[in-house]
Design a protein around this ligand. Structure first.
Ligand code: COA
Length: 315
């Protein structure tokens, strides 16, 4: 398959570290050096599905295709207002897309998981164009009294359109199943047959262990992808790393010994927007004209599960 268009949309409200310190025992002096985050966009008066629809419209326009050209929509999302239908259906209705859609919940690596699914549809000859949209509002998952998690996140949506071609060079997905490191419960009521009531628990995260997992998994994934393609580090033009924490990105960069200019980053202004982070970064770089034809982009993402993924794409 081949990437032909990107789009993204962010909430209007920008929240600084100083804004957070007005109601939380935290500071820019603590947050910025540990995370690289200065500001994040947070949903206030928008709805996630509206941001997602905006990202989709921009991606379709950028790709030069219309809603009727899309044969499959894959939506990556962890939390939104609807339990059913899937967010992909809501986005389809808002944008005039009528093809089948499916939602996946693969947390932060969701964009790469979605590309893997899409590629398999192309390989099976079942589609001409696939739209991927990643829409996330992790700021509604964390407790706003838990300073160790809520300061990390921002909301947003990113989308990408793929058509037939051979610019996508494949994916490696990996899992080290351990739901105890990042998890959240939604509330569930009792039934006449099961009297257990599940109380909601906001997002819980073991920051240090997740940090270690992220760096180790990404380095292994990137090396595995290079080896599979007979490539060296110098053959990759840009590493598109999930924007979870600038120190994680730096840790990966140092271990693979690659120069800083190959690591585009927007975490300073966005925080961690889960699976939306990679396609938002991709769209911002695309619209800034960063990539030239033939550039090789390596995507790497990691998160809850624990799961990680890497993908190679030629521009
Ligand atoms: N402001 C001020 N102090 C804070 C704080 C905040 N926002 N968050 C935590 N602290 C405090 C802690 O209470 C602790 O205080 P104590 O020593 O008095 O107990 C101290 O800072 C150190 O906490 P710790 O959690 O050990 O800090 P850390 O150096 O591991 O940094 C993270 C915390 C979350 C920034 C870091 O672990 C991290 O980035 N992990 C990865 C998270 C991530 O990216 N997850 C998503 C992956 S997809």
């Amino acid at each position: 398959m081949k990437l032909i268009g990107t789009g993204s949309a962010l909430p209007r409200k920008v929240v600084t570290n100083d804004d957070l310190s007005r109601f939380l025992d935290t500071s820019d002096d603590w947050i910025y050096p540990r995370t690289g985050i200065k500001t994040r966009h947070i949903i206030s008066d928008e709805r996630l599905e509206d941001l997602a629809a905006e990202a989709v419209r921009k991606a379709l326009e950028n790709a030069g295709v219309s809603p009727g050209d899309i044969d499959l929509l894959i939506c990556s999302n962890v939390v939104n207002e609807y339990l059913t239908p899937g967010l992909g259906c809501i986005i389809s209705a808002a944008t005039g897309i009528t093809c089948p859609s499916m939602d996946i919940n693969c947390a932060c690596p969701g964009f790469i998981y979605a590309m893997d699914i899409a590629e398999n549809y192309f390989l099976a000859g079942r589609v001409r164009n696939v739209l991927i949209v990643c829409a996330e509002e992790p700021t509604r998952m964390a407790s706003w009294e838990d300073r160790s998690t809520c300061v990390l996140f921002g909301d947003g949506a990113g989308a990408a359109v793929f058509t037939r071609g051979d610019n996508y060079k494949g994916t490696i997905l990996r899992a080290q199943p351990d739901p105890s490191k990042i998890w959240q419960y939604r509330p569930l009521g009792a039934t006449p047959f099961d009297t257990r009531v599940v109380s909601g628990v906001p997002l819980q995260m073991h920051g240090r262990e997740v940090f270690r997992f992220a760096v180790t998994a990404a380095v292994q994934d990137i090396n595995a992808m290079l080896q599979r393609n007979g490539m060296g580090m110098e053959d990759v033009d840009y590493f598109m790393i999930h924007q979870a924490n600038l120190r994680i990105v730096e840790g990966i960069r140092e271990r693979i010994n690659a120069p800083a200019y190959k690591f585009p980053s927007n975490i300073r202004d966005h925080g961690n927007s889960s699976s939306a982070s990679c396609p938002i970064l991709l769209d911002e770089c695309n619209r800034a004209g960063l990539f030239k034809s033939g550039d090789r982009l390596m995507f790497s993402a990691f998160g809850a599960g624990l799961q990680s993924a890497v993908a190679l794409l030629e521009w």
